[in-house]
Design a protein around this ligand. Structure first.
Ligand code: FAD
Ligand code: NAP
Length: 306
């Protein structure tokens, strides 16, 4: 059994796959542990009364998977051959991994606004991960762009470092869950700018870094410039499916298409689970749940296919 990805979906599939005797190999990718390694507190994963840390949870999942016999490979997959069994995954360095069944759990990657100044200042004040980079903005002004759970959590997290946090959202209401919104609105160090988008990140200084953002009012078209040292883009994620284009059926947003309520892709023996196949829920617990389903589906497939 080959598993591609080591987030909650891939590692849950590995635990079930190992216990079912399918000798799983997990190719971890460049983000071992997946998206939860980029966050701090996780409060909604069942089983923990105390607040736990995302990186810790993922270390525990990996340790459990290894304990029951899953093997971890630190490699990134560049291409695939799913035309016949065994399926083949080809790593960046040319290593070929083969499996009689394949579970795809490649999750999702942060989306960017796509404006030129963002590309120029990425890593110089513009980031997509507050928990990774927030520390660099101690005592400075920061802004978060977005209105979902990630944006609100990032804004709240940044108050650990900064007393001047601005959330910029393109509409006049957030899509984040209510408990997070309540915390955001109650926080004395966070203000919200509604109905605005970032039209330009402005660099300055030597070495160059972000010094301001130009914002456009989406109702009036008026522009304003706000001083800011750190800009955190938190506008969602896109499924990591580039390597499967032309090999597997994807939907119009690039998510893996699976049978409704199941994990089967359009290639028998290839299963998909977690965020890569989920445009709706995208939670650690749902990723873990569908990882379990994929392993059970793979077990049934191997039982029938021999
Ligand atoms: P991911 O976690 O995205 O893992 C994908 C894996 O695939 C990675 O290991 C990556 O290295 C690997 N991979 C990708 N492409 C390749 C390739 N070509 N070759 C090899 N490997 C590859 N959910 C909650 O339930 N509670 C929370 O509190 C919460 N907080 C969050 C905070 C943040 C900042 C973010 C971004 C998300 C948060 N989520 C939370 C959502 C949760 O992290 C995801 O739903 C979950 O991680 C999805 O798991 P996954 O296994 O499907 O994919
Ligand atoms: P999301 O829910 O898709 O929200 C993305 C936000 O960015 C939306 O508010 C959207 O605006 C905005 N946006 C999108 N494109 C934009 C653009 N080009 N310019 C400006 N704004 C833009 O993404 P997410 O917040 O990353 O969450 C992803 C998933 O992970 C969700 O299912 C979420 O529940 C989960 N998650 C859970 C937790 C938790 O449980 N604590 C924490 C983090 C993430 P609109 O609102 O106008 O569309």
């Amino acid at each position: 059994m080959l598993i591609l990805g080591s987030g909650p979906a891939g590692l849950s599939a590995a635990i079930y796959g190992a216990r079912a005797g399918m000798n799983p190999i997990v190719v971890q990718g460049i983000q071992p542990g997946g998206q939860l390694t980029t966050t701090t507190e996780v409060e909604n994963y069942p089983g923990f009364r105390e607040v736990i840390q995302g990186p810790w949870l993922m270390q525990e999942m990996q340790a459990q998977a290894e304990h029951v016999g899953a093997r971890m490979m630190y490699d990134h997959i560049a291409s695939v051959d799913l035309s016949s069994r065994p399926f083949k995954l080809i790593g960046d360095g040319g290593t070929i991994y083969e499996g009689d069944t394949l579970v795809i759990a490649t999750g999702a990657q942060a989306k960017w606004l796509g404006i030129e100044s963002e590309t120029l200042l990425r890593g110089k004040g513009v980031s997509a991960c507050a928990t990774c980079d927030g520390f660099f903005y101690r005592g400075k002004k920061v802004a978060v762009i977005g209105g979902g759970n990630t944006a609100v959590e990032e804004a709240l997290y940044l108050t650990n470092h900064s007393q001047d946090v601005t959330l910029i959202h393109r509409r006049d209401s957030l899509r984040a869950e209510k408990i997070l919104q309540d915390r955001l609105f109650a926080h004395p160090h966070i203000k919200v700018i509604w109905n605005h988008e970032v039209s330009r990140f402005i660099g300055g200084g030597q070495p160059e870094g972000l010094v301001a953002m130009e914002l456009r009012d989406l109702n009036s078209g008026a522009l304003q410039v706000i001083d800011v040292d750190g800009g955190f883009v938190a506008i969602g994620h896109q499924p990591a499916t580039d390597i499967f284009k032309g090999h597997l059926a994807l939907d119009n947003e690039g998510y893996m298409l699976v049978e409704p309520g199941r994990t089967m892709t359009n290639v028998p023996g290839v299963f998909a689970c977690g965020d890569v196949a989920d445009r709706i829920y995208r939670q650690a617990v749902t990723a873990a749940g569908t990882g379990c389903m994929a392993a059970l589906d793979a077990e049934r497939f191997l039982g029938h296919a021999g």
